[in-house]
Design a protein around this ligand. Structure first.
Ligand SMILES: NC(=O)c1ccc[n+]([C@@H]2O[C@H](COP(=O)([O-])OP(=O)(O)OC[C@H]3O[C@@H](n4cnc5c(N)ncnc54)[C@H](O)[C@@H]3O)[C@@H](O)[C@H]2O)c1
Ligand SMILES: N[C@H](CO)Cc1c[nH]c[nH+]1
Ligand SMILES: [Zn+2]
Length: 458
């Protein structure tokens, strides 16, 4: 299988434009969509629109027309013709999927759940109290969110692991109401392993809706006028979880109406390799991300012979894979093999691309990590490939993509908490602080603020 993957020599000044193009493709503003996506857009809307325009139309339509619009998009985009009362997966279907699941699969789900819960509970914020030396006692109080929506992808692959990686952190934080949305496809809400995983975790709200329409449905609610109909999706407080470009852009669109976690779009990896890295490991790691379809995979090395060795391995391994053709398309559209001058240049490039997954598959990974700040999750050394984090380790696999790791972090139990500050002063504490409060209030000409303190000193 002949693979046309970009080769970039970052040591040459003219490589700059190739690197910028790569970066743009990976960012959500790049709005890169496949030809198939563009064809689908024309079929649905009768005109070629950008993904951002598509998402705005879908979200506004679902906000205005509710369940009717959500079902129409499910039919047009996913080919599923459903009635309003078929939107929610019946409790009996969840129980039946669980009863029919392979016992070994359920045991794996339980072990993975325990790993995730252990880590997510360990990192959870706890209340903090501070007594001020000048008087006054302060508290930071953390409370779980009430109702959260979990996006589980289902276009090109099935993701029971994403149910675990979103629901278990939420449960560690104490969230009681969880609603799962997954497209009405064989990889989504018709996937019995996914339904069995939901049941195992005690999730009983699963809806057959995906893409931007699912995000809008959770942000606005499908039946905004109470009383809520049975089976109609109610508005949530926060939407978390990954998805394709349409899901990521929709989450960005509804932010403010509800909270979101981050832009967790199409998967990405940068593998940093050197003379110690077997080419077959590096190739396998790149393909593992590309098979998400779409997924981006970039090799960075200062050991030049590795570029062609990995290119050869990629062709060999792609030919043997069931999803080889899909992975090949991703590698050709969003992949690159990059040569850098040295480790320091590799570190700088990583910070610029701020990738979702960074695998330091080279010697002395800690020394390199000390020079890098931006990545969703970092995998250290030759025996920590990304699937360890995708499935088993404990940190959530829902991670920021498209260079948003410059400012965003991976999903964690703390994303499901809100905090209140609690301020308590006695008369003595107030007196001790009054002079400063009155002085700064007067500087702002907010004399009523000053008076609210002075009145208590009389
Ligand atoms: N960043 C992360 O944490 C993370 C984790 C897991 C998966 N992922 C990524 O999630 C993505 C999952 O994508 P997927 O496609 O398999 O599933 P998905 O469920 O995210 O998207 C499928 C939905 O997209 C909508 N859609 C498809 N084409 C459209 C078009 N042209 N116009 C409007 N809507 C359209 C449809 O409604 C469909 O239901 C992959 O790219 C994978 O890499 C990311
Ligand atoms: N690599 C994905 C995060 O970008 C997570 C995942 C789920 N299943 C397999 N992998
Ligand atoms: Zn993965």
């Amino acid at each position: 299988m002949k693979l046309k993957i970009a080769r970039i020599d970052a040591r040459r000044p003219e490589s700059l434009s190739a690197l910028q193009e790569l970066r743009h493709k990976l960012a959500p503003d790049g709005n890169v969509v496949s030809d198939a996506g563009r064809r689908k857009t024309i079929e649905v809307f009768g005109e070629p629109l950008t993904p951002t325009q598509v998402v705005e139309r879908i979200c506004d339509d679902v906000r205005d027309r509710g369940v009717e619009a959500a079902l129409e998009y499910g039919e047009k985009l996913d080919g599923a013709r459903l009635a309003a009362d078929e939107l929610r997966v019946p409790a009996e279907e969840l129980a039946a999927a669980h009863a029919a699941a392979e016992p070994e699969f359920l045991e794996t789900v339980r072990r993975l759940r325990a790993n995730i819960l252990r880590f997510q509970s360990a990192i959870l914020h706890t209340d903090v109290s501070v007594d001020l030396p000048g008087g006054g006692s302060l508290r930071q109080r953390y409370l779980p969110l009430e109702r959260v929506g979990l996006c589980v992808p289902g276009g090109a692959a099935a993701y029971p692991s994403t149910v675990l990686m979103t629901a278990v952190p939420a449960q560690a934080a104490g969230v009681k109401e969880l609603a799962v949305v997954a497209p009405p496809t064989k990889f989504g809400s018709y996937n019995t392993d996914l339904l069995a995983t939901c049941h195992e975790l005690g999730i009983d709200e699963v809806y057959r809706v995906g893409g931007a329409q699912a995000v809008a449905a959770m942000a606005y609610g499908l039946d905004p006028s109470p009383p809520q109909g049975e089976g109609i999706l109610r508005k949530v407080d926060k939407i978390v979880g990954p998805g394709n470009l349409f899901v990521a852009l929709a989450k960005r669109h509804v932010y403010g109406t509800v909270d979101i976690d981050s832009i967790a779009g199409p998967s990405e990896v940068i593998v940093i390799a050197d003379q110690s890295t077997p080419a077959r490991y590096a190739a396998a790691d790149l393909i593992a991300q590309a098979e998400h379809a779409p997924g981006s995979a970039v090799l960075v090395t200062w050991h030049e012979p590795l570029i062609e060795a990995v290119a050869e391995e990629l062709e060999k391994q792609l030919a043997e894979l069931s999803r080889g053709e899909l992975a090949k398309q991703s590698l050709e559209a969003f992949g690159a093999l990059i040569t850098v001058g040295d480790r320091a240049q590799a570190a700088r490039l990583c910070d610029e691309l701020a990738t979702e997954h960074l695998h330091l598959a080279c010697e002395q990974p800690q020394q390199l990590l000390d020079q890098i700040r931006c990545a969703g999750a970092v995998f250290m050394g030759p025996h920590s490939p990304v699937p360890v984090g995708d499935y088993a380790a404990g940190p959530s696999h829902v991670l920021p993509t498209g260079a948003t790791a410059r400012f965003a972090s991976g999903l964690s139990s703390n994303d499901f908490l809100r905090s209140n500050s609690v301020i308590e002063f006695t008369a003595k504490d107030l007196k001790a602080n009054a002079e400063d409060i009155v002085r700064i209030a007067e500087k702002e000409s907010l004399t009523a603020h000053a008076a609210a303190v002075s009145v208590r000193l009389e």
